[in-house]
Design a protein around this ligand. Sequence first.
Ligand code: ATP
Length: 372
Amino acid sequence: MYLEKLSLTNFKNYEDGRYVFGPQVNVIVGANGSGKTNLLDAVYFLALSKSAFQSQDALSILHDADYFIIDGIFQEQSRSVQITISLQRGQRKVLMADKKPYDRLSDHIGRFPVVLMAPNDTDLVREHSEDRRHFFDGVLSQLDAEYLRNYLMYQQVLKQRNSVLKLFAERNQVDNDLLDTYDEPLIDLGQKIHDRRKQFVEEFLPDFRKHYAYLSDGRENVTIVYESEVSNSNFADEFRHFRRRDTVLQRTTMGIHKDDYAFLIGEREVGPDGPAPVPLKKFGSQGQQKTFVIGLKLAQFDQLQAAKGIKPILLLDDIFDKLDDRRIGKLIQQMDEGAFGQLFITDARPERTRELLTNVQADVRFFEITRD
Ligand SMILES: Nc1ncnc2c1ncn2[C@@H]1O[C@H](COP(=O)(O)OP(=O)(O)OP(=O)(O)O)[C@@H](O)[C@H]1O
């Protein structure tokens, strides 16, 4: 599977852009601010129906325009599929396959799997639990349509519950029967989401450790621990018990929307009495943190490939600028061994990418973006 053609109308800084890509390595070069990342984001948008960088869709409409259209042709086995996403200001986004609107978003997500590596990936280690949940939810949503449906439903009920909690505070009156109608699905969906997240971390860990060991020459022992209040055996009772606290704070204070994933690092040989692994955020070097996030992304790639039977599209945004030569060497080696399918790489310094890719046995195409 690969993206063969892309046409952009009023998408970010592209008033009108047309591209024909190769099935292997596509290098997007151009000056800073010319729109290289935006082009990668258009590919991401087409595959996942949202931007990788903006939470509001309308921010991707070219300034002063009323709409954007992203249109792409994917080659899937021996047939082509046209995917179109359009957004008119103030209206709902429209997502179509071969000119027919999808019935459900979950029918599209995961059909064209994609993995993005970007400069701010280390936020996953350094920032808040929200970033880590966002990463794992993204992986699971592409892998498992049922997970995505449960997750979207949970978010909707959570939003409704939080708005009635605010309303109760304004009116100084609590309707417990109404809260019951939200609590039941939140507990039920929350349990399903929890179980899937827990199972997923167990499946993900061996792949992740394999990549981390390859990138770091097997020097450390890394682990990921899923942390959730929902794991407590009496979670449903606790959730109901904290209703009073929720009404005071005007938000839902317990549930899978508070989960976290602890990233830990330790000595290679940890015996039962040896030192326990420690938080990567506090004790990991910058190099270890970078290796950790690349390992996460490569394991995401493997998981998607195993589940879908196709290689995801890999988007590498400004990666060569941020990594040291040893890690770049390892990635290039994997490219050369044919580990990846279609790749998009952005770089503000084309001569560097050209040099790095000289010996790679693949079809490499360059696209120069110029600012109007
Ligand atoms: N909705 C929009 N309408 C018009 N221009 C936009 C919009 N959103 C972003 N831009 C412009 O896109 C440009 C940034 O593009 P992008 O981040 O893709 O650049 P880049 O080539 O990747 O740069 P760098 O090499 O610095 O990473 C900025 O000039 C920004 O103003």
